[in-house]
Design a protein around this ligand. Structure first.
Ligand SMILES: Cc1ncc(COP(=O)(O)O)c(C=O)c1O
Length: 447
C-alpha cells in the first residue's frame, strides 16, 4: 500500500473511478471543528462542510461520542425486523421541530437520493397518479428516480436516457431562468413561474395525472436561490385545488442551514411530504422522509425499506445533533454569523476593485451565494458581460484553496456558495471572508 501523501494520491487516481469529480487532488486525514487536515500537511478552514453535511463542525465531540457508544450497543437494528431505540428516539426529537404539526409519520433511510426515491414512490402510491412536476435548476440526486427529477446540469443524466417517464419541469423564479435582468422584481418572477405552472397543467400533464410537485425551497445546485414565499404559497394553492402532493426537499436547506430548522418555515407553507438528510446526522449517513399518517397509512407494508435504512449508529448521532442544536444555541449563532457574512460580502459590491464583477449576493442564514458576471453566459442572458473575467467562480475557489479555505462553486452560472459550519466562530468566519476577498481581488486583477 502506498504511504507518502503523493503516492497515496497517485494510488487514488489509478484505482478510484473517474466517474467521481474532485475539488482537490489530496488525501483528507482529519477533521476538527471548522478545519480539515490533509496528508500533505495542509490544514484548511472548511466552508464546504462536506457539501453542507458537517454543520456542527467535523467530529463534534457529543455526536461522535453518541455514535461510538451506540457502536458498542447495537450497530445494525434492521428496520424491517423490528423497531430499534435510536430510530424511535430520533423521531421523538424530530416531531416537535417539524414545520407543520401534521407531519407525523417518518421513514428513515440513508442518503438524500434515497429519500427522494421514497418520496416519489410514496406520492405515486398515495395518489394513484404517475406524473411529477419538478423545477428547472432543481437537484435531487443521482439515482434513477432522483436523476429524472434533477434539472440543474445535464452532466448528471447525460448518456442515461430514457429517464423515468412522467417528469415535467417548470422554471424556478430565478431571473436567469427567464432571461430577465437581475433587477427583475420578485413579484414578476413569481407571476411568470406560476403562469408556466398553469400552462404545464393545461398543456402537458393534466392535474388528474399529476401526483406531486417537487421543490427545493432553496435551489441548491441550481445556484442558491431562495424560492419566494408567494411562489411556495402559489404551489400550495394549486396542489390543494387539484389534490396534488407538495414534496419539499430540505436535504440541503434543512436542519438550521438557513437560520430556521427548515427553510419552508419562512413561507408557512405545509409540505405533504418533506425530505431531509445532510446536516441531520452531521456526517453519519442518514435521511428522513416525513409525511402525514393519514397519507402513509395508504402504503403497503414492504413497499418501503432498505437493508441499511435508519442505521442505529447514524440515528444515535442524529439524536445527539438535535440535542446539540438546543444546548449550544446553534440557530442563534447562525443568525449572528449570517448578518456578518452577508454584510461583508455585500460590502464587496461597492469595492472599486471587484464591485463590477459581482452580480448578486443572496441567501439566508449560512446558505449564502455570490454570483459573478461572466463573458461566457448565453448570448440571450442579460447578465452576459463581455468585459468580465472568465470562469471567475472556479478560479476564485481554487485561489481560496491555495490560501487555506475550502469553498465550493455551484450551478451552471458563476456562483460561489458559502456553507460554513453553523457553529463557526466570529473569528473563523472573518478569516474565511478575508481569504475570499483577497482571492477575488487577485483573480479579478489578473483578468
Ligand atoms: C436538495 C438535495 N436533494 C437531494 C440530494 C441528494 O442527496 P445525496 O447526495 O445524499 O444522495 C442533494 C445532494 O446534494 C440535495 O442537495
Amino acid at each position: 500500500m502506498a504511504t507518502s501523501s503523493q503516492s497515496l494520491v497517485a494510488f487514488g487516481q489509478q484505482h478510484v473511478t473517474k466517474g467521481l469529480g474532485r475539488l482537490t487532488e489530496a488525501v483528507m486525514s482529519k477533521g476538527e471543528g471548522s478545519y480539515v487536515s490533509f496528508e500533505d500537511g495542509r490544514r484548511m478552514l472548511d466552508f464546504s462542510c462536506g457539501i453542507g453535511v458537517t454543520n456542527l463542525g467535523h467530529c463534534h465531540p457529543k455526536v461522535s461520542r453518541a455514535a461510538a457508544d451506540q457502536c458498542m450497543n447495537l450497530v445494525h437494528g434492521q428496520c424491517s425486523i423490528s423497531f430499534h431505540g435510536p430510530y424511535l428516539r430520533l423521531i421523538e426529537k424530530l416531531l416537535p421541530i417539524m414545520p407543520d404539526p401534521s407531519l407525523d409519520s417518518f421513514f428513515v433511510w440513508t442518503s438524500g437520493s434515497e429519500a427522494i426515491e421514497a418520496s416519489l414512490k410514496m406520492a405515486r402510491m398515495i395518489t394513484g397518479r404517475q406524473n411529477i412536476i419538478t423545477m428547472q435548476g432543481g437537484y435531487h440526486g443521482r439515482t434513477f428516480g432522483a436523476m429524472a427529477v434533477t434539472k440543474s446540469k445535464t452532466s448528471y443524466s447525460e448518456g442515461q436516457f430514457p429517464l423515468m417517464p412522467g417528469v415535467f419541469a417548470i422554471p424556478f423564479p430565478y431571473w436567469h431562468q427567464f432571461g430577465l435582468p437581475p433587477s427583475t422584481s420578485e413579484s414578476e418572477l413569481v407571476r411568470q413561474a406560476l403562469y408556466q405552472l398553469d400552462l404545464v397543467l393545461k398543456q402537458q400533464t393534466a392535474p388528474r395525472d399529476t401526483a406531486a410537485m417537487l421543490i427545493e425551497p432553496v435551489l441548491g445546485e441550481g445556484g442558491y436561490v431562495q424560492a419566494p414565499a408567494p411562489f411556495l404559497q402559489g404551489l400550495r394553492e394549486v396542489c390543494d385545488k387539484h389534490g396534488i402532493l407538495l414534496i419539499v426537499d430540505e436535504v440541503q436547506s434543512g436542519f438550521g442551514r438557513t437560520g430556521k430548522y427548515f427553510n419552508i418555515e419562512y413561507s408557512n407553507v405545509r409540505p405533504d411530504i418533506m425530505t431531509m438528510a445532510k446536516g441531520l446526522a452531521n456526517g453519519f449517513p442518514l435521511s428522513v422522509v416525513v409525511s402525514r399518517k393519514e397519507l402513509t397509512d395508504k402504503l403497503k407494508p414492504g413497499s418501503l425499506g432498505g437493508t441499511y435504512a435508519g442505521n442505529a449508529v447514524s440515528c444515535a448521532a442524529a439524536v445527539a445533533v438535535a440535542n446539540a442544536f438546543r444546548e449550544e444555541q446553534v440557530l442563534e449563532n447562525v443568525g449572528a454569523r449570517s448578518k456578518e457574512l452577508i454584510a461583508t460580502l455585500s460590502s464587496l459590491r461597492s469595492d472599486p476593485d471587484v464591485g463590477s464583477s459581482i452580480v448578486d449576493v443572496r441567501g439566508q442564514g449560512l446558505m449564502v451565494a455570490v454570483e459573478f458576471a461572466s463573458p461566457l453566459y448565453s448570448a440571450h442572458d442579460p447578465a452576459l458581460d463581455l468585459s468580465a473575467p472568465k470562469n471567475l467562480a472556479t478560479r476564485v475557489a481554487k485561489r481560496c484553496m491555495e490560501k487555506g479555505l475550502l469553498i465550493l462553486t455551484t450551478s451552471v452560472y458563476e456562483v460561489i456558495r458559502f456553507i460554513p459550519p453553523l457553529n463557526i466562530s466570529e473569528d473563523d468566519l472573518k478569516k474565511g471572508c478575508e481569504i475570499f476577498a483577497a482571492s477575488l481581488k487577485e483573480v479579478v486583477r489578473e483578468g
